[in-house]
Design a binder for this molecule. Structure first.
Ligand SMILES: O=C[C@H](O)COP(=O)(O)O
Length: 269
């Protein structure tokens, strides 16, 4: 049973803090960064929170070496994956290759992939299936842009993305998937969503999961918030009933800040 959050919520879902390094840090920088995090984080941190780093593909082997050598409890994953299993797909990385490197997670459908690489819900769905097929856990990103938010259509937008991303994925696989709600207007802007904004959408996602799947699945799936998360705003976000963790960009490149995020319980909400 996961410990209670500062607000006293008791969900049974272990919080997850995932750092998305995006296109930062080479394979040597990665060694230093993951070591700094590993030195700072202690056993009680890992009992309370799952800690995941998602470096660039070229860093994964370095990160694996550091983590395996000293048996650190930090988990790691990729920022993207191919929907294809293998073959003539120049530049692509298969889920099986990531699993072989010890990855536990792969992010799919990040808004930067959707925006700069034209990824749509069908492709996100195919990638999620590839990750699940390789026995890893997808972190499926959803979120609305500013125009959609201003129009008040953010919940409908996100739920449509959820429907698309999860299409024909069976319950036992959805159960080990992670959803990350990242409003595009909050990513890298310093403009974090209010805890109420985050809760509204995360709760709507959980309700949708309950509509799509029975057997209490909705209460088991972890839903993260992402977008300008820092050490000084995470506690209020985590105090929300349906926010189970964070997908952290910029602040995950600063080991002190990321460790502070992982230790949000020690700071007042
Ligand atoms: O994947 C992480 C998100 O894009 C959030 O990035 P950020 O924390 O730099 O706003």
């Amino acid at each position: 049973m996961a410990p209670a959050t500062p607000s006293g919520k008791q969900t049974g879902r272990k919080p997850l803090m995932a750092g998305n390094w995006k296109m930062n840090k080479n394979h040597l920088d990665a060694i230093l960064l993951v070591q700094k995090m590993a030195f700072a984080l202690k056993e009680p941190d890992f009992e309370a929170v799952d800690v995941v780093v998602c470096p660039p593909f070229t860093d994964l082997r370095s990160v694996q070496t550091v983590i395996e050598a000293d048996r650190y409890a930090i988990q790691y994953g990729a920022q993207d994956v191919s929907q294809h299993a293998s073959g003539a797909y120049t530049g692509e990385i298969a889920a099986s290759m990531l699993a072989k490197l010890g990855c536990s997670y792969a992010i799919v459908g990040h808004s930067e992939r959707r925006e700069y690489h034209g990824e749509d819900d069908a492709l996100v769905n195919a990638k999620a299936k590839a990750v699940l097929g390789a026995e890893m856990n997808p972190i499926i990103c959803v979120g609305e842009g500013l125009e959609v938010r201003k129009a008040g259509a953010h919940v409908a937008h996100v739920l449509a993305q959820i429907d698309g991303a999860l299409e024909k994925i069976p319950a036992d696989q959805v159960r080990r998937s992670v959803i990350a709600y990242e409003p595009v207007w909050a990513i890298g802007t310093g403009e974090v969503a209010t805890p109420q904004d985050a809760q509204e959408v995360c709760a709507a996602v959980r309700t949708r999961l309950a509509e799509l799947y029975d057997g209490g699945l909705a209460d088991q799936v972890r839903i993260l918030y992402g977008g300008s998360v820092k050490g000084d705003n995470i506690a209020k976000l985590m105090a929300q009933d349906d926010v189970d963790g964070a997908l952290v960009g910029g602040a995950s490149l600063d080991p002190g800040e990321f460790v502070k995020i992982c230790r949000y319980r020690e700071f007042p909400a």
